[in-house]
Ligand binder design. Structure first.
Ligand code: TA6
Length: 295
């Protein structure tokens, strides 16, 4: 059960979002943010003095059994297709699960909300048994997100996690992302290992790259919106960068045909060879800290 509304700090109200889904609207003086209980899904974050940072498709579904297209989908406990079950949902169970709010606090002009999966989620086939999971969102002049897992069982617990963050950009053809220069990556479009040249990433076509073994901060430079978005991380060894481009956008029913130019994903993750294995009693936190700077 969510904490009683009477225990919500003044900067948090509950309202009905799109699709009549329950949503928290968070508004400390430093930002505005929306978080749905469905998938514990952050759909909006706008620091004071800046344009909205997160992107959501105008064609997104807002329905119990579908993930919201945009914002920050939580990919857990697997990323992409489930290795041993082709019928399992893409990107795991967390982003379509029902969560509840366990705590809410105001701290230094920011508001922190702690979400935990509803009891019933633990019975879903594929959800790691004996895993204590919480998702902590701190919305303020920065957006901090932490996905924490504790292995409360008696055997090792292996999982993948990605904070699959969608950013609004002026035009993906006119931005660049630094932080992955010279790194090896798996190119999901070409289906082969490649190495990035020693220059920031620019976009000239469908881009779907998994970088493993990197703790680097990525910086998205967007001259069109006169801003840089800095994606710092801790507890994350993988970065995924994605833009569907024209053909893939057209094939997605919850993605407008022309919307591909206005977004890019920079995902803070532990996926593939960087999957996490927790021994009994161990815990791990995957954290993203997002900041915006005018340029
Ligand atoms: O993170 C990139 C990716 O794995 C792409 O391959 C693409 O499938 C994207 O995620 C979106 O996946 P979704 O299941 O949300 O359509």
């Amino acid at each position: 059960m969510n904490i009683p509304f009477t225990m919500l700090p003044g900067s948090v109200i509950t309202d009905e979002g799109q699709g009549h889904l329950p949503r928290f609207t968070v508004a400390p003086k430093t930002c505005g943010s929306h978080i749905y209980l469905h998938g514990a899904h952050v759909t909006h974050w706008q620091p004071s003095g800046h344009a909205p940072v997160l992107w959501v498709s105008r064609q997104s579904a807002f329905a119990g059994d579908k993930p919201i297209r945009g914002g920050v989908p939580l990919c857990f406990p697997w990323f992409g297709a489930k290795a041993d079950d082709a019928s399992a949902p893409m990107h795991g169970l967390a982003r379509t699960a029902e969560w509840q709010l366990r705590e809410a606090h105001e701290r230094n002009d920011a508001t922190q909300l702690v979400f935990v999966p509803r009891e019933a989620v633990g019975t879903k086939a594929g959800w790691p048994q004996h895993a204590a999971v919480e998702f902590i969102v701190t919305a303020g002049s920065h957006l901090e997100m932490e996905f924490r897992v504790v292995n409360q069982g008696q055997s090792p617990l292996r999982y993948e996690i990605a904070l699959h963050t969608y950013f609004t950009v002026s035009d993906v053809r006119h931005i660049e992302i630094s932080g992955t220069e010279g790194l090896k990556y798996f190119d999901k479009v070409a289906q082969e290992e490649r190495q990035q040249e020693d220059a920031p990433l620019r976009f000239t076509g469908e881009t779907d790259r998994m970088y493993n073994g990197t703790q680097s901060t990525c910086v998205l430079r967007d001259a069109g919106l006169k801003r840089e978005i800095r994606v710092e991380k801790s507890g994350s060894n993988s970065t995924v960068i994605w833009n569907p481009w024209i053909d893939k956008a057209r094939k997605m029913p919850d993605f407008g045909d022309e919307e591909w130019t206005g977004m890019v994903c920079i995902e803070t993750a532990n996926v593939g060879s960087d999957a996490i294995t927790l021994q009994p009693g161990q815990s791990h936190a995957t954290r993203a800290i997002i900041q915006v700077r005018r340029i």
